[in-house]
Ligand binder design. Structure first.
Ligand SMILES: [Cu+2]
Length: 412
């Protein structure tokens, strides 16, 4: 091909930009969740279910005709469960922490204050000396690459990363971060892609934005190897890229994913906006002898994550809010990298004026409160917030919000 190869400093192929442009914020290790005693945790086990079933059937046998009593007991149970559900929902939304709304630095009462995983007592216990520093993953979208051909280089690297306060995780990455670098291109551009494997295991690439044969271009390469191929960004949208080396779920759960935003040829329908990128994903962890954490296969298969995060670190935009301007359009590129949970993306106190399923302008919906984003899917969301204030964003699949998938949009 004689097409000119252009490399712009604006392209996200320069991944150092993605990791060094924000101010350095270090999260000191601490046992954030030790306060949750095991007695407060509820375990739903098959054994517990069968025991309650057998108690129920014994009661029926002893009280064969007592339908009035049954109706009263049933009604009372329904009322009690409804009240409990309401209390939990209100507490999760900070309704019982009225002072927090007036505080500039306290988000007490917000979801995600502490980790509510069933394993909370065993999380966040990496020795301080082992903790790598954490820098907030920049949420601002990088500039769109220019030129007809864009060079994209990704390097598979296995690296110890902070994924939550006090928790160092043995991640597998693209270019040393989880998620990998944000790639921002334009519809019609040719992507000249090169994968380099600097790890100790086979790795590969899978671009959801590409149309290319899996058996040729998405195959694994060994440590030390390099592989290149070209593809054309034919469809605009918010697409996932990830490692697909078997077992692909392990490579994704360990951090090998990122987002590629493909702008429409003639730009987004509503023009310029404040653009931010959020990648939701889950972490399933178990502690090693050296106090760092690695993938827990049992939790992975049971879909019981310890953390659900935006941009790879639990609660990072709760402690370091994303800044936006009131009255001006905000554009969110949201990807759900999974690997298994659906996202119910929602901004508290706001409504999405425009929602584009998978980020394609043709898939336009309006006035949405909560949008479903499947694992491996994306969304482009727009909203304009008239009043200054703090607007938390969450996955309204709330166990995710309670384990780290919560942040704050601070509007001024
Ligand atoms: Cu891999």
């Amino acid at each position: 091909m004689s097409a000119p190869v252009q490399q712009s400093p604006d392209t996200s192929t320069d991944t150092s930009a993605a990791t060094t442009s924000s101010s350095s914020r270090h999260h000191s290790p601490a046992s954030a969740s030790a306060q949750f005693a095991s007695s407060e945790r509820i375990t739903y086990s098959p054994r517990a279910d069968s025991r309650s079933q057998s108690l129920t059937s014994r009661w029926f046998r002893r009280h064969p005709g007592d339908s009035a009593a049954l109706a009263v007991i049933g009604g009372t149970l329904i009322v009690a469960l409804t009240v409990v559900s309401l209390v939990i929902a209100l507490a999760a939304n900070g309704a019982f922490a009225p002072n927090a709304a007036n505080s500039n630095n306290s988000m007490a009462g917000m979801p995600g204050m502490a980790n509510y995983s069933a394993n909370a007592a065993t999380l966040g216990k990496t020795a301080a000396a082992k903790m790598p520093p954490h820098t907030t993953y920049p949420a601002a979208a990088p500039a769109t690459a220019t030129g007809s051909v864009v060079n994209v280089n990704l390097t598979a690297q296995e690296k110890l990363l902070a994924i939550a306060k006090g928790e160092a995780y043995n991640a597998w990455t693209f270019n040393g971060t989880v998620p990998g670098p944000v790639l921002h291109v334009r519809q019609g551009q040719t992507i000249h892609f090169t994968l380099t494997n600097d790890g100790t295991l086979p790795h590969s690439i899978d671009f959801h934005a590409a149309q290319t044969p899996w058996d040729k271009n998405y195959q694994s390469i060994g440590p030390g190897q390099t592989k290149s191929f070209d593809w054309v960004a034919n469809y605009p949208g918010v697409f996932m890229y990830h490692c697909g080396t078997p077992p692909a779920m392990d490579h994704m759960a360990n951090g090998m994913y990122g987002v590629i935003i493909v702008d429409p040829t003639n730009g987004w329908p509503n023009g310029a906006a404040q653009e931010y990128v959020l990648v939701q994903s889950e972490f399933y962890t178990k502690q090693n002898a050296d106090t760092t954490y690695s993938l827990d296969e049992n939790k992975l298969m049971a879909v019981t994550p310890d953390y659900v995060t935006f941009n790879g670190y639990a609660d990072q935009y709760r402690t370091d809010p994303i800044q936006a301007k009131a009255g001006e359009r905000i554009r969110l590129f949201v990807l759900n990298a999974g690997p298994s949970q659906f996202s119910a993306f929602h901004v508290i106190g706001a409504i999405f004026s425009d929602f584009y399923v998978d980020g394609n302008p043709a898939n336009h919906m309006v006035g949405d409160q909560t949008v479903t984003i499947p694992p491996g899917g994306g969304a482009m969301l727009e909203l304009t917030i008239p009043d200054a204030g703090k607007y938390p964003f969450v996955t309204h699949s709330f166990s995710g919000a309670m384990t780290g998938a919560v942040g704050v949009l601070e509007v001024q």
